[in-house]
Design a protein around this ligand. Structure first.
Ligand SMILES: NC(=O)c1ccc[n+]([C@@H]2O[C@H](COP(=O)([O-])OP(=O)(O)OC[C@H]3O[C@@H](n4cnc5c(N)ncnc54)[C@H](O)[C@@H]3O)[C@@H](O)[C@H]2O)c1
Length: 247
């Protein structure tokens, strides 16, 4: 990974934060992007020369373009994007209103499109690059929301990420750019903080491994998908869910 420069979104928390740590350990240059600038400064302190912190909102095209420009200015080029940043919604079908629904779509769908578009604009003239997006195992399960689990807005937004992954993969493949997604199962991060004890116990019964994921275990899948070890993978949705989704 030594010479790679990677833009990582969702870098202030959970899987994105773990991903930044793992990439720095591997010797990569990392542009860490998150809407929570203060939290990112707290979680990623110090003057590490290979780390650039960028505050921004993925649902705003100018923030996405600026993030790519800043990363390229600092590191000379951008080899990969790993996009973990997302907003969560637990509202059930009869609680969800247009405003919350539009917000989730704007961050998780439009935001995914905009950050991938900004990265692709830099990568296409270079004829190389790797992009990793993030969907969710909940897409396969018909989750209903409530008790902290994803509701219709969240799950629909994560379904759209699968479609975006395949659309980008087909469009960018001829330019030497691979586009894949990680589909995590339940992972111990702030995103599941709203689970009740009953909900946790009920969900755990689905996991043959008897536990939820550690953020590093999901982050490593993203790092694999930007590495040369996955050089013949594109348009794939990599399931990393502790066996919670078969049978
Ligand atoms: N935790 C789980 O159980 C789980 C399961 C399946 C999928 N996922 C997915 O994994 C990814 C990482 O989630 P996590 O569990 O680490 O959650 P998290 O809440 O710990 O981290 C999400 C990060 O995204 C950032 N973010 C939110 N809106 C943003 C915006 N508009 N612009 C920029 N950054 C923004 C937040 O500030 C936060 O730092 C997400 O895409 C999530 O949907 C998580």
């Amino acid at each position: 990974m030594e010479e790679k420069s990677v833009l990582v979104t969702g870098a202030a928390s959970g899987i994105g934060l773990a991903c930044v740590g793992l990439l720095l350990k591997e010797g990569a240059n990392v542009a860490a992007f998150d809407i929570q600038g203060d939290r990112m400064a707290q979680e990623l302190p110090g003057d590490e020369a290979r780390l650039l912190r960028i505050q921004g909102d993925v649902s705003r095209s100018e923030n996405c373009e600026a993030a790519v420009t800043e990363a390229v200015d600092r590191f000379g080029a951008l080899d990969a994007l790993i996009h973990w940043g997302a907003a969560h919604s637990s509202a059930r079908w009869d609680e969800l209103g247009a405003e919350e629904c539009n917000h989730i779509m704007s961050v998780n769908v439009t935001g995914t499109f905009l950050i991938a578009q900004a990265a692709a604009r830099h990568m296409t003239p270079r004829g190389q690059g790797a992009i990793v997006l993030c969907t969710s195992t909940s897409v396969l399960q018909g989750v209903t929301g409530g008790d902290g689990q994803g509701g219709p807005a969240y799950v629909a937004s994560k379904g759209a990420v699968i479609a975006l992954t395949r659309s980008f993969a087909r469009a960018l493949g001829p330019h030497g750019i691979r586009v894949n997604a990680v589909s995590p199962g339940i992972t111990e991060t702030a995103m599941i903080a709203g689970y009740t004890d009953e909900q946790r116990a009920a969900m755990l019964r689905r996991f043959p491994l008897g536990r939820f994921a550690d953020p590093d275990e999901i982050a490593n899948a993203g790092i694999y998908l930007i590495s040369d070890k996955s050089s013949f993978m594109t348009g794939e949705i990599m399931q990393v869910n502790g066996g919670s989704n078969f049978g």
